[in-house]
Design a protein around this ligand. Structure first.
Ligand code: DC
Length: 223
């Protein structure tokens, strides 16, 4: 029986970097589901489609082939055969991803792809609805969060380190807007699963956060 760990939480809580490290520690595969919504958001933007227009976005779905490959332990996202792992991280794609993720057909489009990973692997999967919708029977569910200002500062530092030209105020506003969208949509909104452990990393650095998450997983999964 494979072990599934679901990590959900708001923007910039450190889900991907912490989950990636915890997966390495425990020899699980790590799956970042946000990257899939970003892939669809990127495709819609490239096609010149307004990403809040559900009808137009849905019309694009048959033309999208999304492949997730784990190469040297790192997840890469291929959109119709093209590796778009870097392009999907651009700030303008973040809001596009949040917009398309509110569309029920888009969520249905990605469901089997996401569940498939947990059928054949020990997996740590992060997103917004992993513990509530995608893997409701996950052995471990964690809601990872931190104060919005702290999350915005971390995201800002990350983007600056990547050489992107951004302002802290814009990063904070974008983060608050996306959290609002993700928590208030009708289909699979971000919320704390009943059986989730809440992990708040406001006062923790990266190492401490990884140690906390790894400890919770080991305890809950009894490994
Ligand atoms: O985790 P992220 O910032 O890369 O995700 C991008 C957007 O995708 C996020 O604003 C909401 C959406 N998303 C979602 O709705 N469900 C998921 N499981 C993962 C991401």
């Amino acid at each position: 029986m494979n072990i599934a760990v679901a990590i959900d939480g708001p923007v910039g809580a450190g889900k991907s970097s912490i989950a990636r490290q915890a997966a390495k520690n425990l020899d699980f595969i790590y799956v970042d589901t946000g990257a899939m919504y970003r892939g669809i958001g990127l495709y819609a933007v490239r096609q010149g489609v307004v990403t809040t227009d559900a009808e137009k976005v849905n019309a694009l779905l048959p033309g999208i082939k999304l492949d997730i490959k784990i190469i040297d332990g790192t997840q890469r996202v291929f959109l119709n055969g093209e590796d778009v792992s870097e392009q999907i991280r651009l700030p303008e794609i973040s809001m596009a991803a949040s917009n398309v993720s509110a569309i029920p057909e888009v969520r249905a489009f990605l469901l089997d792809l996401q569940r498939g990973f947990a059928k054949t692997n020990n997996v740590i999967m992060d997103g917004r609805d992993i513990g509530t919708v995608i893997l409701p029977d996950a052995k471990v569910k964690i809601y990872l969060t931190a104060d919005a200002e702290v999350r915005a500062k971390r995201r800002y530092d990350e983007l600056i380190a990547k050489g992107q030209d951004v302002k802290y105020e814009d990063v904070l506003a974008d983060l608050n807007q996306r959290d609002y969208n993700d928590m208030h949509r009708e289909t699979a909104p971000l919320k704390v699963a009943d059986d989730a452990v809440i992990a708040d990393t406001t006062e923790l650095d990266f190492e401490q956060s990884c140690a906390l998450i790894t400890k919770i997983i080991k305890e809950k999964a009894e490994i």
